[in-house]
Write a protein that binds this ligand. Sequence first.
Ligand SMILES: Nc1ncnc2c1ncn2[C@@H]1O[C@H](COP(=O)(O)OP(=O)(O)OP(=O)(O)O)[C@@H](O)[C@H]1O
Ligand SMILES: [Mg+2]
Length: 375
Amino acid sequence: MAGVIFDRVNKCYGDTEVIRELNLEIRDQEFMVLVGPSGCGKSTALRMIAGLEEITGGQIRIGDRVVNNVAPKDRDIAMVFQSYALYPHMSVRENMDFGLRLKKMDRGEMDQRIDEASRILGIEKLLERRPKHLSGGQRQRVAVGRAIVRQPSVFLFDEPLSNLDAKLRVQMRAEITGLQHRLKTTTIYVTHDQVEAMTMGHRIAVLHDGDLQQVGTPLELYETPRNLFVARFIGTPPMNFFRATIADDGARLTADGVELPVHDSLRRITQGRSGKEVMVGIRPENLYDVKRQTDHPTARIRLKVALVETLGHEVLVHGHFGSDERETDPSKLLVGKVDPHSEPELNQEIEMQARLDSLHLYDPETEARLGEEGE
Ligand SMILES: Nc1ncnc2c1ncn2[C@@H]1O[C@H](COP(=O)(O)OP(=O)(O)OP(=O)(O)O)[C@@H](O)[C@H]1O
Ligand SMILES: [Mg+2]
């Protein structure tokens, strides 16, 4: 097994730079998720590790070996693609042992590996079938099985679940996570789905337009997103933002119709900055009905209800704050959570409470988080 290191890696197609100065270390045995919106460079990064794309600048190391000029077949990696990429004219067994036959492994060893992998994945009864006689989920398992039998140092997954229906996706998500836990093979997993990223990764690397935004554990990204992009990307429903002005020497945040006392933990950021504007972030789970008992410090915000979404275990309320023409101003829209049995009506004025010790503050110009990492 081995870790993988991107050391100042660049990738250009002609004049277009699609990965910029990427520095990222994936530790031995780690499950790292690369996440970001479409086109941000996730697949390109993965394909560079696999050797399917050339590197324009910098180095990629697998273990202690620089692999820039190593052929894909000699990199000791196995990749699972979104399309599965199974050979249609071969049986499941032949698909799985194809790479091993190329390596001239002996039959006994091959059979043993296939038995074990197919048992882990529950595909023992499918070994003699052709891919076209399998469901999408079964094909996906075969593609994963083909990667396992190679016993590589590193697994690479490129959106392996996006062709599956929602229920199967959740099941396969758990299976792949469990598999990695057992095999402990270093894994780099690409997805655009932040829920997959949060639930599967030991750590997550967020990419945007070819730039690495933040690397951290799921909880680190959730609790301290270091810029507005990560704050908007991680968490569902996404974090709310509104512009506010610092008042009273940092003791209050004010916006149209909103007055929030600044919690002690944020005073260090707001002190001495009266008159300055900040972007205030608050997660929907930290904006809840006033009936809820809480030990946390909160302040009230009045909202005019614009939309109510009933999810069973909770109700999401979207509402506008402030006075003038707020109904049409998306920058005054907040989403909060209320008790499943309360039924706010459209256009009703309601009071919510905002948890003050979990507000996030960002610089509206640089979009960087104010506080923790310095400013
Ligand atoms: N062969 C190519 N020639 C030119 N540009 C390319 C090529 N392959 C990819 N790109 C560009 O590189 C950027 C990154 O592409 P990449 O496939 O890595 O994105 P991605 O994050 O995997 O997106 P998705 O979630 O849609 O799969 C995109 O802007 C894409 O258009
Ligand atoms: Mg991709």
